[in-house]
Design a binder for this molecule. Sequence first.
Ligand code: SIN
Length: 292
Amino acid sequence: MNAILSEVSAPFAIRPFDAPLGAEVLGLDLSQPVCNRAFLRVHDAHLKHHVLVFRDQHITPQQQIDFSRLFGKLQIHVLRNFQLEGHPEVLVISNIIEDGKPTGLGDAGHFWHSDLSYKETPSLGSMLHAQELPAEGGDTLFANMHLAYDTLPSALRSAIRGKYAEHSYLAQYAELQRRSPFRPNLTQQQIDEVKPVTHPVVRTHPETGRPALFVSEHFTTKIVGVPADESRALLDELFAHSVRPEHIYRHQWQPGDLVFWDNRSLMHLAAGCPPDQRRKLYRTTIEGDVPF
Ligand code: SIN
């Protein structure tokens, strides 16, 4: 974690949601330096609730980057064409098409996933700051993967004990290209940047020690060392179990929301909105550890 910026900041409240995860943070202005005490409270709450919703944030992309950097190094997304101009650390999530060209990654989150699980060092957490919100739809859903692990039927738990799974950025890429206009053909250099990796099917959160399921329909291709049909059946069961309603918090965006989630504890999904409704958010992604 990086240095803290200031020694003073105003009081603020953290209110847990009536949901299996998540809390809102009220009265903390992220356009101002965050003091050491405030940072420690936010950090603790993030570990406890996995999603923090900071309300009423009127911040610049640079202020979002500065706040994100308090938690670690930022990761640059492989789709460079959707970087915010002048701020490569910011990935533009937008369904807006201008002059026939997408202005952002409009189909991000189309399948359940944990950000950058296809990297050797997947993301610790991501921050998404609302810029333009649709009048209808556009929610983001989060699944608590600790709860998903804790409630696994014992046969399934035994079947995955000690197993590793492959994660690939390309797993659903052709399918997404078929469904939407947001995915350019990748260069060989981009393909080389996202070579498949393997991670434990159950990872241990490096800060809390809690186990979490770590497979997703977007990026996980197979369980290593298991016959293909068995691997497919196991993954399908794990995906279905992970997203049971009792594991989910559904975020309905409000203007000014900045949402910070823990990719080591959660998967997320963008529910989508009608194509004639504009939706734009800025995402920063913080690098995590090698899963164990
Ligand atoms: C993402 O997957 O990072 C985007 C989620 C969203 O647009 O709600």
